[in-house]
Write a protein that binds this ligand. Structure first.
Ligand code: NYM
Length: 212
């Protein structure tokens, strides 16, 4: 219809512990929405392809050491360097499916003991997701799923702390999905929630900013 130019895309974020199934769900959503004819892209943070992303990647691989606050700010900077592209994509009608965002940033860093408000501060002003799908899985179950890799943070005890810190960040954009259900059931719930969200955004739901 004639309004198509004004219809914005939705900012959909998937969050959850390592091994909660986020990446599979992101891939599934991308092809589902493409199949329905929507303009859609799948993004992830950290975006390891930028200069900042390379520093993050080296830190996660234990190839470099960084102060806890320094790495926190790099994760945040990695989102800031993509902010304007994110906004223009959304405004031109493209829906973004994003694997991790500011909630990972705050949950992982505050799980190390950093103050939560300090962790949130650099995220203020980034675009707020229209929908956060939290794939909820007990840390022990996530650990059973083929085990963790060798990157930093991929240990059960730390993931238990991250899980607790995620809970503090829940807000009304969150939908909690039981990630222990069979994958098809998770996928079905994810699709329904995302379709509703995409529709709301097309119908004029305004874009907002984080944590103001
Ligand atoms: N991570 C991710 C953070 O600590 N802060 C952040 O802001 C983001 C986006 O990086 N264990 C952590 C969570 C993961 C790790 O993510 C790499 P992935 O999704 O495994 O590439």
């Amino acid at each position: 219809d004639g309004q198509i130019d004004n219809q914005r895309g939705a900012l959909v974020v998937l969050e959850g512990l390592d091994r909660s199934g986020k990446t599979s769900q992101c891939n599934g959503l991308l092809s589902f929405l493409e199949g329905l004819g929507f303009s859609v892209e799948s993004w992830r943070f950290p975006d390891r392809k930028t200069g900042v992303g390379e520093m993050i990647s080296s830190y996660l691989a234990n190839k470099s050491q960084l102060d806890d606050r320094a790495i926190h700010l790099l994760f945040s900077a990695n989102r800031w360097e993509k902010r304007s592209l994110m906004e223009s994509k959304l405004k031109s009608g493209t829906t973004l499916i994003v694997d991790r965002y500011s909630y990972s940033g705050v949950a992982f860093s505050s799980a190390k003991g950093l103050d939560i408000d300090w962790c949130k501060a650099p995220e203020i002003g980034l675009l707020a997701p229209d929908l956060v799908l939290y794939l909820d899985i007990p840390p022990e179950k996530a650990a059973d799923r083929g085990g963790y890799g060798v990157e930093k943070y991929e240990q059960l005890e730390f993931q238990q702390k991250v899980s607790q810190h995620y809970q503090i960040l829940r807000d009304d954009t969150w939908q909690i999905i039981d990630a222990c259900l069979p994958m098809e059931d998770v996928e079905k719930q994810v699709r329904e929630l995302v379709l509703d969200c995409v529709t709301a955004c097309r119908n004029g739901k305004p874009l907002s900013q984080l944590w103001l």
